[in-house]
Ligand binder design. Structure first.
Ligand code: FMN
Length: 170
């Protein structure tokens, strides 16, 4: 087995190449929300992964350069809104620099963070640990409550573009 050190010496993957190849891994899309001191907070995140069933833990990876993440972290909790097929423009809005990302977004007040209308699923969590992950952090959160709308279609991100899911013929 090569050590991490020797691998680091040999392998130098240009970030753009890495982003382009990993963009072939289709993912769902979430908007993570919380209540900031002055305004609601939200950021588009596709690094959400289920981590542990018992206890129920979930993880996601905010960039260390994110200006929104430290403000969400400060609240100690958040809501993970899993976006629906018709949410591409909302997901875009929550990924760009804008003083009011919630402009035009329909949401209701829920304990851990704003609930975006028509989400395919939602998970409310309390933040538990944050680990180093290079230029990102690995955040582990405890699931407090959750639910899903089984009849809905999710938003999918693939090769830098939004799309929707359709199942294969049986
Ligand atoms: C589909 C998609 C997925 C994203 N996933 C993540 C992610 O997992 N972690 C992250 O830090 N940023 C992710 N981003 C970028 C953030 O949404 C956005 O760049 C970030 O919130 C920048 O604004 P901020 O400085 O206000 O945080 C993603 C963007 C898109 C469009």
């Amino acid at each position: 087995m090569p050590t991490a050190e020797s691998t680091e010496e040999r392998v130098s993957v240009p970030p753009e190449r890495y982003r382009q190849v990993l963009g072939h891994l289709a993912t769902g899309v979430t908007v993570i929300t919380a209540y900031g001191r002055q305004q609601p907070l939200g950021m588009t995140v596709n690094s959400v992964t289920s981590l542990s069933l018992n206890p129920a833990l979930i993880l996601f990876c905010p960039a260390k350069s994110s200006s929104t993440w430290p403000r969400i972290r400060a609240t100690g909790c958040c809501r993970i809104n899993v976006m629906a097929g018709h949410h591409a423009s909302i997901a875009r809005q929550f990924s760009v620099t804008d003083p009011d990302r919630f402009q035009g977004a329909l949401w209701t007040r829920q304990p851990a963070g704003p609930a975006l209308d028509d989400a395919v699923a939602w998970i409310e969590c309390t933040l538990r640990d944050e680990h180093d992950g290079g230029d990102h952090s690995i955040v582990v959160a405890e699931v407090v409550s959750l639910d899903a709308a089984p009849a809905s279609t999710p938003l999918v991100f693939f090769r830098g573009r939004y799309g929707t899911f359709s199942s294969c013929p049986a």
